[in-house]
Every structure is written in C-alpha cells, then in structure tokens.
Design a protein around this ligand. Sequence first.
Ligand SMILES: [Mn+2]
Length: 319
Amino acid sequence: MKKEIIEFITNTDMPIYICGHIKPDQDSICSSLALAKLLEKLEKKAHVLIENNDTDIINWHDNKSFITSMVVDREYLFIALDVNEKKRLGRYEKDFDNASFTINIDHHQDNKNESNFTYSDTKMSSTCEMIYELIEEINIEYLDEYIASHLYSGILNDTNCFSRRISPRTFIIAQELINKGINYNHIIQKTLKERTLYEFKALAKLVNEIEYDDFHYVVVDKKDPVFSDLTHNQIVKKIAEDLRTIEGLDVFVLFIKNEDTITAKCMSNISENADKIATLFGGGGHKKEAGFTITNKTIEDILKEIKLYLSKNKVGQKR
Ligand SMILES: [Mn+2]
C-alpha cells in the first residue's frame, strides 16, 4: 500500500489536507508537519488541520505556513495520520467524509480501514517512523533539518525516549535524523523532559491519591484548580507517564473527570492489555497505552468492569 500511496500523492493536483487525532500529541502533530513539508517539496499545496493552540508543544520551527483550522476547497485529498478510525479526527471527521480521496497512515492496533488507501503497521514505533519510510521510498534527499526535527520528536514521544515499541530500524532512522544536524538535546528537553511547576504540583497531588483495587488508578477532577489549567497532553503524556514509572506497577488507569465526560488513559506495563481494557468502553490504542472517552458511566461502574475483565483474564498484580 505504501507504493500506491506514493504514486497517488506524487501524481495528484488536488490540494491536500493532513489531519491527526483529537487531543493531539507530538507524533500526531509532528508527522503531519513533516508530511506537509515533504509535500511542499513535491510542489503540492499542503495544509495541516489543527483545532486550537495545540501546536504550542512544537515550537522549534515556524509552522504557520502549513497550519489551518478549516477546509476551504471543494475537491481535495484528505490524509489522516496517527488515527485508526475516522471518529478520532474529531471535528474534522466530516471533512474526511467529504473528501474526493482519502489516505490513512497509522500504527495503532485495529485499524478500521475506512480510507481509499490505508498504510497501517502496528510494528512501527510511531507515525513519524512511517513518514520516514515514505520519504526514503520517494527520495531521501527530501529529508531536511525541519522534517528530521519533527520526526525525531514524534518518535521520542511514542517510544518514550526509545524505551518502548522500538525496533533496530528505529535506531537506524534516529541516526539518519541526527545526521541532519537537528538540535536533539533541545528536542528531547521540549518533548519529554521539561515540566512546569504546575505539572509538578499536579503530579505531587496525584502521587498521594493513587488507589489500588486489583489494579492502580487515579482520578483527575478538572474542577480542582490544581488541574484546571493543564492541557490534556500535559496530563496524559507528562504526568501519567511519570506516574507509571512507579516500581512494580502494571495496569494503571488515569481518569479525567470533566463535567459529564470521563476520559481515561489506560496503561499496562507488564501484561500489555491496555488496548483490550480501552475497547471495553469503546476506545482503543496500543498494547501498553490506550484510551477511551465515555459519558454514560460513573467511575465506580468503570472500575467494576475493569476488575471483572482482569479477574476473567487472570491479570493484575500484587500491590
Ligand atoms: Mn502515534
């Protein structure tokens, strides 16, 4: 499918809209921006659809020329990145439906294959790694410092600094990216390491509030001023990733309560069933981290269902 996608994008005259998932992370945003830059080099008109100020997490280049908040063309190619189903596009799902042609590039489990062309590979560390593979196939000369910095950030994010979902190939790609003269130290600092004082305060509160009942969980109540100003990305990527490093912790669910909606990040360090747990509530993701959003259940209901699932599947761990 990689070949067909390359052939289609190199031959199309249509404007191209690239879109990642709702509540985007660095892999979603960086793969989109890197692909847009590649398409620009191929003399295509490429736009990246991003809803709000989520791009603040990527601020080591000027990305203004690519970013837009809405589709303005009637005929266009829509490329969905880092999503395994179109509903993960959020408000841009209708633009996917209205597109003349759709392409999906993704590395999550259970891709729903809703596009005309789908390049799905769950063995890939990140969608950024898949964009690298595309560039290599087209012409590696297109890889520049801009594209390399973005791909490096996405790979760092999804592998949590080369600690999971990696393959020997991931390191070879990382080497090629570093060879482009990227400021990798700054990118690591910005993508993964840096914490604001507010993030530390939220982390401190949650460390004290982690509960154990066959598995570990913690509840973030967005009404609480400690959490109210934090973005989704700060909570699920930074704080949750810090908490899951507690020794011996396996299944760990971080709930975010926001009015009637409960969003959860499911993590599974050992038994690798995070996507199975998220699927119980209509979500999905990867084996070690997944998520869901639900409006018609209480946290108590959800806890019961997860406990039941774990006892049936004989996983979970000692405290
Ligand atoms: Mn990803």
